[in-house]
Design a binder for this molecule. Structure first.
Ligand code: FE2
Length: 458
């Protein structure tokens, strides 16, 4: 008994010592040391003063401590131990990228069954119409997972994918619903029920879209400019808002993705969102016709957009290649008015849209390629404008996806989702399309990529 009592006293002394050591030197699951933390609070805001963070700001070095899947401490030279320590080597640390617009059902099908020779949206839709007859669950899941892993290797951990639901068996939707659950431990995937062939393009399309919502699609999609008539397009927008209200889902329209300056469904979407007070739950994707509207109409429209407070997604990689195909010269860029929307204080995000599919035969899912293209095509080359394009593939995308601000960003108490990015400033990062060297998802180390080295001959 005496021995046991003495052992018990020793145990409690050593426990006290350990506890006291933990107060002085806490134990974490993971510590990232020597990172430069990107502060997103003012980043890319159009009204920021010039002194606030821009693309040439070089943040101070800091450490980030993670435990229980959350960020527990932030600061320079943090005391403590961890099972795993990552040296960020003075590189940037930021939240994960957000892919706000992609089509995972069609990824990695370029050339099947034939290549898009005209390069137009409409030939792409025809080719996809043929390819989708050969869809199987295994085919969709394998390609979509490969694309998600590509994206995650580039630091993307939140993805909104449109899924074509104008296909009678809903094979792609069922496959992606399964995949959504399988990847949930490391990636947040939202699915938009998207009627690629038009809500009224075939008798069952409206019914199929509603069925997709019943099966668990997260977002209501639409494509009003592709309906047979202007009247059908307007009717589809009203119907889809009714459906979104009935099923309590946000909306994301393929809206005016055409060079036709008479395609004016954005005003219909904005008016519905304003009247139903659903602006923050409504997204207008593409809106490329906005670039072809004359300025007097565009100015009037901008007033409505400001009131409605919609989210916008531009897809510069795709629309710089798809649009303007019918033009000779001058040839339109076909990208929505990103700079003007951003200056108006509206939430603009950027999407990759396609990865090697009938509409775009290139791409590897890297959001820095998207931001880089936007900087060029939208002439966003000012210091705050470059920073804004980074915000458009991170925090603005999170807002478009409706992610709770408390769950996004690198700050104490938030979920431990973050990336280490090769570069010391945003200008470095975007100029070099800096490699994402480390991806941490839900406190777990998910992926690491080595920096390339160049050996020079003497
Ligand atoms: Fe799209």
């Amino acid at each position: 008994m005496a021995d046991l009592s003495s052992r018990s006293q020793q145990d409690s002394v050593s426990e006290r010592n350990i506890n006291s050591a933990m107060v002085d030197s806490p134990n974490y699951d993971l510590i990232i040391r020597n990172g430069r933390l990107l502060d997103l609070s003012h980043l890319g805001n159009s009204e920021s003063s010039p002194d606030e963070q821009n693309c040439d700001t070089r943040p101070e070095l800091t450490d980030i401590a993670i435990g229980d899947r959350r960020i527990l401490a932030l600061g320079p030279n943090l005391p403590g131990h961890a099972q795993q320590i990552i040296d960020a080597q003075g590189h940037l640390v930021g939240p994960p990228f957000v892919e706000s617009h992609i089509h995972l059902d069609s990824v990695l099908t370029a050339g099947e069954p034939r290549w898009n020779q005209s390069g137009t949206l409409f030939e792409g839709i025809e080719i996809w119409g043929d390819r989708k007859r050969a869809l199987t669950t295994a085919d969709v899941k394998a390609r979509a997972l490969a694309a998600l892993k590509l994206q995650a290797s580039h630091g993307v951990l939140h993805v909104r994918s449109h899924v074509d639901v104008s296909e009678p068996q809903l094979i792609a939707l069922q496959a992606l619903l399964e995949l959504r659950e399988e990847v949930r431990p490391w990636l947040n995937l939202q699915l938009v029920a998207f009627p690629q062939d038009g809500l009224y393009g075939a008798p069952r399309n409206a019914e199929l879209l509603e069925e997709a919502l019943k099966l668990g699609a997260d977002v209501v999609g639409g494509i009003p400019h592709y309906e047979f008539t202007r009247e059908d397009g307007v009717r589809s927008v009203h119907y889809l808002f009714d459906l979104a209200t009935q099923y309590d889902r946000p909306l994301d329209f393929h809206c005016d993705e055409i060079d036709d300056p008479q395609s004016r469904f954005l005003e219909v979407v904005a008016a519905c969102a304003l009247r139903r007070d659903m602006g923050d739950r409504t997204t207008a994707s593409h809106t490329t016709a906005f670039a072809s509207y004359d300025n007097s109409y565009a100015t009037k429209l901008m007033g409505l957009l400001r009131r409605a407070q919609l989210n916008f997604v531009a897809n510069p990689l795709i629309n710089i290649t798809l649009q303007g195909r019918g033009d000779s010269y001058p040839k339109r860029r076909g990208i929505t008015r990103v700079k003007e929307l951003w200056r108006a204080g509206l939430n603009v995000s950027l999407g990759h849209d396609c990865i090697q599919d009938p509409w775009y035969g290139l791409g590897n899912g890297n959001p820095l390629d998207v931001a880089h293209m936007a900087i060029h095509c939208c002439q966003m080359t000012g210091q705050r404008e470059i920073a804004a394009c980074y915000a458009m593939v991170t925090k603005n995308g999170a807002q478009t996806l409706g992610i709770d601000p408390a769950d996004y960003g690198v700050a104490v108490g938030k979920p431990a989702n973050l990336v280490v990015l090769a570069g010391q400033t945003l200008r470095d990062l975007i100029s070099h399309r800096g490699i994402v060297t480390t991806v941490v998802s839900q406190g777990q180390y998910l992926a690491q990529t080595s920096l390339p080295t160049t050996q020079w001959q003497p």
